[in-house]
Design a protein around this ligand. Structure first.
Ligand code: EPU
Length: 432
C-alpha cells in the first residue's frame, strides 16, 4: 500500500507557528542496533522514533535470531544472545543501506558473514570497496557468488587488528570497522575516518560498555580488541537528529512566523545556522532549541542567495542539500550548489522545476538556482528520503494543492511527519 501526502499550500505566506520537537537520530540509532551483536547481554535504547528504517533493521536482526522488543513508546531492548545466522536477509538488506554496518560486528563475532549488495535511497553508486578491502586487511577473504558477498576469516575464528586508511571519509565504513575492531585480536587503527557526530555517539556508548576505542570524532581512531561487551543495564539514549532539526529550520525560515525547534543540538548544524543567518534569517539559538522569531515581516525574496557545497562534517551535510535548494529558490539572486558526495542527489530538481523553480542542472554534481520563484502545486514523487522533505517544504510554499507520492520513503526517516507538521499549522493529510 502506497500512501500519499496531500498538501494545501500557503502561497508563500509565513503562518506556521508553535513548537516542533526533534526526534532521535536515525543514523545513530541504526548503528547502535547493529552493535547489539557485540554484546554478551542485551542492550536497552530510548528516544527511538517510530520510523520504517528502525522497523526494517529490527526485522533483519530478528531473522538472524536477535530478539528485538519494543517496550513503551520509544524504548527498545535488543538481545543478541541467541543469534544463530550470519547471513543478512536479501530482501531487507536491499531496502536499507545501514544493513551494511552489521557486517562488522557479525564478522568479528563469528568469523563469517554473507550479505547481498546493500540497497537504500537511490542517490548515487554507493560502492562497498572500503568494506571488502578493510576486511581483507583484517585477515578475511571475500567471495562473490549468487549475487552475495561471502566474507570469512582465513585462519581460526578471529579477525586480526590492522591499519586501514579510507580513501574517502565514509560514515558507515568508519562505524563498521570501529565495531569490527571491538572483538578483533589486537589493535586496529583507522585513518581518514568520517567525523560525523553519530560516530562518536556510537563509540561513546560502546566505551561505556567496556570497549577500548580512542579518537572517535577525529580522523584517526584506535581500537583495542577484547571480549564481548556487557551493557549491565546501561541505557543508550539516542542523540537528536541533526538532519531533522536542519530540515525544520529551513522549513521555518521559509514558512513560519514564530517557530521553536526543540530537543535539538544546534552545535551539530552550525554550518546551516551560519548560512541562514548570513542570508538574513532571524534566529535565536538556545542550548537545545532554535527559535525563528517574527519572521513574517521579512519577505523570502529579501533573503540573500548563497552558494554552498556539501561536505563531510562539519561541512554542509549532503542530507540537507535538497531542503537548502528549496530555500535558495525563494532567495534573491543566483546560487551555485555543489553536491560533492553523491552524484544522484540533485535529480529531484527536475520535479522542483515543474513546480515553478528555475534551476539549471550543470552536471550531476552542480546546479545553478535562480531566485526568487513562486511554486504551483503539482503531483510529485520523491526519489529519496531527504528530497522528500524538500518536496514537503515546496508544497507548503506553493499556491494550490500538491500531492507527494510514495511517502514510504519519507516514513523511513521521519516519524508521522504529517501529524507533527499539522500541529504547527501545515495543511497536510495522509491518504492511503
Ligand atoms: N564510498 C566509497 N566506497 C565505500 C563507501 C563509500 O567510495 O566503500 C564513498 C561514497 O560513494 C561517497 C563517500 O564515500 O562518495 C561517502 O559516503 P558514505 O560512505 O559516508 O555514505 P554512507 O555511509 O553510505 C551515510 C548516511 C547517509 C549520508 C552519508 C553522508 C547512514 C545509514 N547513511 O551514508 O544518510 O548521506 O553518510 O553523510 O548512516 C540518509 O540518512 O538519508 C542518508 C543517505
Amino acid at each position: 500500500m502506497k500512501d500519499k501526502f496531500v498538501i494545501q499550500g500557503l502561497s508563500g505566506r509565513k503562518t506556521l507557528s508553535g513548537k516542533i520537537k526533534v526526534n532521535g537520530a536515525k543514523n545513530a540509532i541504526l548503528k547502535v542496533m547493529a552493535s547489539s551483536v557485540l554484546f554478551e547481554d542485551g542492550i536497552e535504547m530510548k528516544n527511538i522514533p517510530d520510523i520504517e528504517d528502525v522497523k526494517r533493521l529490527s526485522e533483519l536482526l530478528g531473522k538472524m535470531g536477535v530478539v528485538v522488543s519494543k517496550k513503551n513508546k520509544g524504548i527498545y531492548s535488543i538481545d543478541a544472545k541467541k543469534i544463530k545466522y550470519c547471513e543478512l536477509d536479501r530482501e531487507i538488506s536491499e531496502r536499507i543501506r545501514a544493513s551494511i554496518v552489521l557486517t562488522g560486528p557479525i564478522l568479528s563475532r563469528f568469523g563469517e558473514v554473507s550479505f547481498p549488495v546493500p540497497g537504500g535511497c537511490v542517490i548515487g553508486a554507493r560502492p562497498i570497496d572500503f568494506f571488502v578491502e578493510g576486511f581483507e586487511k583484517m585477515g578475511a577473504e571475500m567471495e562473490f557468488k549468487n549475487d552475495r558477498y561471502y566474507i570469512k576469516v582465513k585462519t581460526g575464528k578471529k579477525l586480526k587488528g590492522a591499519e586501514i586508511f579510507f580513501r574517502a571519509p565514509s560514515v558507515t565504513a568508519t562505524e563498521t570497522f570501529v565495531m569490527a575492531g571491538v572483538l578483533a585480536k589486537g589493535k586496529t587503527v583507522l585513518k581518514n575516518c568520517a567525523i560525523e557526530p553519530e560516530i562518536k555517539n556510537l563509540a561513546d556508548f560502546l566505551i561505556s560498555c567496556g570497549a577500548k576505542i580512542k579518537g572517535a570524532g577525529t580522523s584517526t581512531i584506535e581500537i583495542i580488541g577484547g571480549g564481548l561487551l556487557k551493557s549491565k543495564g546501561k541505557i543508550y539514549k539516542a542523540m537528536p537528529d541533526r538532519i531533522e532539526a536542519g530540515s525544520f529550520l529551513i522549513m521555518g525560515a521559509l514558512c513560519a512566523d514564530n517557530l521553536e525547534i526543540t530537543d535539538c543540538n544546534p552545535n551539530d548544524i552550525e554550518i546551516l545556522i551560519e548560512i541562514l543567518k548570513d542570508a538574513g534569517v532571524p534566529l535565536e539559538i538556545g542550548k537545545t532549541s532554535i527559535k525563528i522569531k517574527g519572521n513574517a515581516k521579512l519577505k523570502n525574496k529579501d533573503f540573500k542567495s548563497i552558494g554552498f557545497k556539501t561536505k563531510e562534517f562539519p561541512g554542509f551535510p549532503t542530507d540537507l542539500q535538497a531542503p537548502m535548494v528549496i530555500f535558495l529558490t525563494q532567495a534573491t539572486g543566483e546560487s551555485l550548489v555543489f553536491e560533492t558526495i553523491f552524484e544522484g542527489r540533485l535529480n529531484f530538481v527536475e520535479d522542483i522545476n515543474r513546480m515553478g523553480a528555475n534551476i539549471i542542472l550543470l552536471d550531476p554534481h552542480r546546479a545553478l538556482v535562480k531566485g526568487p520563484t513562486s511554486f504551483r502545486g503539482r503531483e510529485v514523487e520523491s526519489p529519496d528520503l531527504r528530497a522528500g522533505l524538500a518536496f514537503i517544504i515546496a508544497g507548503i510554499l506553493a499556491k494550490g494543492e500538491s500531492i507527494i507520492d510514495n511517502v514510504y520513503l519519507i516514513d523511513r526517516g521521519y516519524e508521522r511527519i504529517e501529524e507533527r507538521l499539522q500541529k504547527i499549522g501545515v495543511k497536510i493529510e495522509r491518504i492511503s
